[in-house]
Ligand binder design. Structure first.
Ligand code: HEC
Length: 168
């Protein structure tokens, strides 16, 4: 009997410990999974690059519906970066840069609403400068972006009413 009673708490302790270990493991695994699922800053920057490009090219093609769509995509990507990486590297400086970029983003939105190519292009240049300012601040100044000059995306038609499969 006493053996039985002695066993019980010991068993309970073991069980408890096992539960803690397994809980520890599973929450560790969940954290690891979440880390693996989280895009890196470089992943999100590659998306930013894609949207920066598409925004410009759809404006060149005067496809204003697509311009508006890509602008919203760019804003959403930047918002995601701010949420997921509020502090990385230079992101304290980034806030500064965001402050600088915000007027240009506002101007870009206004230019899009106005379908004004000239206004758009001035603001787009300012945004591109802000990308590079942040890269310099974050010690990745070897990553230089520029206003593009041709489309690397041959698999998408950017004109609003493409009249041929071979046109841009
Ligand atoms: C808040 C600061 C900041 C701003 C603003 C910023 N970047 Fe970046 N960018 C970074 C940092 C930091 C890295 C390096 C990320 C890493 O490797 O961890 C980076 C990396 C990149 C890369 C390399 C990604 C790759 O995998 O090759 C590209 C391309 C890029 N940025 C494009 C842009 C474009 C386009 C803009 C503007 C629309 C922009 N960035 C604005 C901080 C910024």
């Amino acid at each position: 009997m006493s053996k039985h009673f002695a066993f019980k708490p010991a068993f309970a302790v073991v069980l408890c410990a096992a539960t803690i270990v397994s809980l520890g493991n599973s929450s560790g695994a969940v954290a690891e999974d979440q880390d693996a699922a989280r895009p890196t800053l470089a992943d999100l920057m590659a998306l930013t690059q894609l949207r920066h490009y598409k925004l410009w090219y759809s404006e060149r093609m005067e496809n204003w519906k697509l311009v508006d769509y890509e602008f919203n995509q760019l804003v959403a990507t930047i918002d995601r970066i701010k949420k997921i990486y509020p502090e990385t590297h230079s992101l304290a400086q980034a806030n500064l840069i965001t402050e600088k970029t915000e007027p240009a983003m506002k101007e870009l939105r206004a230019a899009i609403q106005d379908k004004n190519n000239k206004r758009f292009e001035v603001a787009f240049n300012q945004i591109t400068d802000a990308c590079n300012q942040c890269h310099r601040a974050a010690d990745v100044d070897f990553i230089k972006v520029r206003v593009p000059w041709k489309s690397p995306y041959n698999n998408q038609m950017f004109t609003p009413n493409p009249d041929s499969r071979n046109r841009p």
